[in-house]
Structures are given as C-alpha cells and as structure tokens.
Design a binder for this molecule. Structure first.
Ligand SMILES: CC(C)(COP(=O)(O)OP(=O)(O)OC[C@H]1O[C@@H](n2cnc3c(N)ncnc32)[C@H](O)[C@@H]1OP(=O)(O)O)[C@@H](O)C(=O)NCCC(=O)NCCS
Length: 253
C-alpha cells in the first residue's frame, strides 16, 4: 500500500488528462466500494475489484474527451512499496455543464476527434473484453430509469435544462479523507458556476450530504430510487442546488 510522503502533503488540483485514467480507476473503485448505490449496481464488485475499477477507467476515458464534462483531480505524492515516489489520484470530481455554454466546453476539433476514437475503441474492446461479472443488469436498467425521472422532475422545465454545472461523481480515496480534498473539488465547481453566472447541482449520497451542505448547497427535494439498497428499500437520494446569488430565478419572475 502506498503511503503519503509527508504527514500532510498538499494536493495539486488540476484538470484530468488521459494519463490519469488508471489513477482515476483505482481511486473510484476504492471510494465507491462501500457506497449503497454502487453496491446495488455492482453487487459482485468485492470479488472482482479489478473489473470494478475497469468501470471507472472506462467512464473516465469517455468523460475526459466529452465537451460538456470537466474532470478535476487531486494529485498527491506517495511512496510505493518499492520506496519510489509516485503520484496518486487521491480524489476526483466529474462536473457536467447543462443548459448553457462555457469557454472550456466549447467545441474543439481535437476533443471531437478524441471522442470519436474512444467510442470506436470501446466498441472494438467490447469484442475481446471478458464479460462484466460484477454488475446487476436489472439494477442498472432501473438506475437508467431513475436517472431520467430525476432529470425530468428536478432539472428540465418546458424541454429546457436548468442552466448549471452538475456534479456527476465525487470520490476521495479512503486513505485521503477528511483533509479537505472533497470540499475543495466541490468549491472549484461552485467557483466556476459563479464565474459562468449559473447554478450548481448534484444528487447526494448520505456520506456526501454534510459536505455539500457546508459548501452552501440546499436540499430542494428527496427522490427515492427504484434501485434498492441493502435494507431492501429504494435508495433515498437528496437533490441539492447551489443557487448563484447573481442570477435571477426565472421561475419566480
Ligand atoms: C464524501 C467524500 C467525497 C468526502 O471527501 P473528503 O475529502 O473526506 O471531504 P472533506 O475532507 O473535504 O470534508 C469536508 C467536510 O465535509 C464533512 N464530512 C466529510 N466526510 C464526512 C463524514 N464521513 N461524516 C460527516 N461529515 C463529513 C465534514 O464537515 C468535513 O469537514 P471536517 O473534516 O472539517 O469535519 C468521501 O468521503 C468519499 O469519497 N466518500 C465515498 C463516495 C461518496 O459518497 N461520494 C459522494 C457522492 S455524492
């Protein structure tokens, strides 16, 4: 197991590149191992953690080249078992822009070409990759329905998306928690929303809720998923909004 180089090294926060895919895969699988939603979607993840991290690697590849998504990573220096220093992805956040236009997400021919190549690679790999044995296809289908219903209920109005940066996923490695990394990855998204003149939004896990509230997000609804948690009931999902003080609330006009 890698250990930090000093007791409290400061992470570097930056936008992810394709070189970060393995680090994001490791971090995502570690962070979500005990999460109820991922537990329901990937019930056999503990017996095949490598395949579980494969889900986060694939997800990272697709999102890094997506025009509307910015992946932020927190990188920490660590010393491996071989005594050599390397960098570890201690946390990451995937922020997606909905409803508006942003300088970072404008159309870029290199990203567009990268996106085409990666979807072709994923299609080609699907012929040779072993079948995913960790997931529950029925839970995944239910989650897709939940996702659509949530989007329609809270974030789409008259066919228009709420103008916002949405936190798709936040993950901090279990060895790097309670040191402000998750909080900083949230603040960076909120600062961007403030500059872009839009709101910020997310759906919280129970573990993330106190953090989001401490960063100014307010609960605007509580959705119960069709996907069932360990108690056999639909997973409760608080829906949160950070309202930009500089934008007009059109629903109240
Ligand atoms: C939730 C998560 C991202 C928090 O990351 P983190 O780097 O530990 O968060 P921070 O250190 O920035 O915490 C900021 C504040 O949030 C609150 N907080 C964070 N984790 C908490 C916990 N487990 N219980 C209660 N409060 C918590 C505290 O107020 C904390 O401040 P403090 O440490 O000074 O008390 C991390 O625990 C994680 O990856 N969990 C698993 C995946 C997950 O649930 N992700 C959220 C999906 S919506």
């Amino acid at each position: 197991m890698a250990t930090p180089t000093t007791t409290h090294p400061e992470p570097i926060y930056r936008v992810a590149t394709l070189d970060d895919i393995d680090g994001i895969g490791e971090c995502g699988a570690d962070a979500m191992m005990e999460d109820d939603l991922f537990g329901a979607l990937y019930p056999r993840r503990k017996s095949n953690p490598a395949q579980f991290s494969g889900y986060f690697r694939k997800r990272a590849r697709q999102r890094i080249v997506d025009h509307n998504i910015v992946t932020l990573v927190a990188e920490l220096p660590v010393v491996g078992e071989d005594g050599l220093e390397r960098k570890m992805i201690a946390g990451f956040a995937q922020w997606q822009r909905f409803g508006g236009y942003s300088v970072e997400t404008k159309w870029d021919p290199l990203k567009a070409a990268g996106s085409k190549i990666i979807s072709f690679q994923d299609w080609a790999y699907s012929f040779i990759e072993p079948k995913d044995e960790t997931s529950d296809p029925q839970a995944i289908a239910e989650f897709m329905e939940d996702f659509e219903e949530l989007e329609n209920r809270y974030w789409r109005k008259d066919g228009k998306e709420h103008d916002r940066w949405h936190l798709q996923l936040l993950a901090v490695h279990s060895s790097a928690r309670r040191r402000g990394i998750g909080g900083r990855l949230v603040e960076l998204g909120v600062e961007k929303a403030r500059r872009d003149g839009c709101d910020a939004s997310l759906e919280a896990s129970p573990m993330g809720l106190p953090l989001y509230k401490s960063k100014g997000f307010e609960v605007i609804g509580n959705y119960t998923m069709k996907v069932k948690g360990p108690d056999g009931n639909g997973i409760p999902t608080p829906v949160l909004l950070w309202k930009n003080p500089n934008t007009v609330d059109s629903s109240k006009a």
